[in-house]
Design a protein. Structure first.
Length: 215
């Protein structure tokens, strides 16, 4: 806590005024991820929709029960996990949430269809129709897949640098390795492989074809 009056920083500086406040490695990584993602409108929108999806499922015992039943009935290897709730403030631990959307894509679409038949509240029905429409767009599927590809590395980095027994040198080394991996993804060959894989998955899930944005 960095509160000027009651936080740990203030209390430490009462004892040792020369102490300098600095963010922890985990918090610094969290801020870096947040700053980077918020600069990309596609990723920001995707995370907003993903958060709305998790709220619609997890904050309703009825929909959560329907979702679990649908998932059990489908019983596919792809739909192997439940929905992970996203945390709005912890940007470095979002990969699991995005992966859970991909793993349960068909089950979620089925959930929206079934929910629309029983929901009577107009506002709630509008929210469900909204996420249903977004999930059928290629941009959303692309963004979720890209987000998982990138954030799984920052998630692993976040877990590693917050271990109790890690030293500063090791943390810097692991950070450098993560940056190298992310930079290696920024080339035509890596993107082409990613694009072909996404196109195939989108067709399998009946996601709409990619379209150019309006000008």
């Amino acid at each position: 806590m960095s509160s000027k009056k009651l936080g740990a920083v203030a209390r430490i500086q009462e004892i040792e005024p020369r102490a300098v406040f600095t963010h922890s490695y985990g918090h610094a990584l969290n801020l870096a991820c947040a700053d980077t993602i918020k600069r990309c409108k596609l990723m920001k929108d995707v995370l907003d929709v993903t958060y709305e999806i998790t709220k619609l499922v997890k904050r309703s015992p009825r929909r959560d029960a329907i979702f679990k039943r649908i998932k059990k009935e489908m019983a596919t290897s792809r739909d192997s996990r439940g929905i992970c709730v996203l945390c709005l403030t912890r940007w470095a631990v979002k990969a699991e949430g995005l992966k859970s959307i991909l793993d349960n894509f068909n089950a979620l679409l089925e959930l929206w269809d079934e929910s629309l038949q029983i929901v009577k509240d107009t506002e709630l029905k509008t929210r469900i129709l909204g996420v249903q429409a977004q999930m059928k767009k290629f941009d959303f599927f692309f963004g979720v897949s890209l987000g998982f590809l990138l954030l799984k590395h920052t998630d692993n980095l976040s877990k590693t640098i917050q271990k109790e027994d890690i030293c500063a040198t090791e943390a810097q080394h692991v950070t450098s390795l993560t940056l190298s991996i992310l930079k290696s993804l920024r080339n035509d060959a890596s993107f082409n492989c990613f694009w072909l894989r996404i196109i195939a998955s989108a067709q399998e899930l009946n996601v709409n074809d990619p379209v150019l944005p309006r000008r």
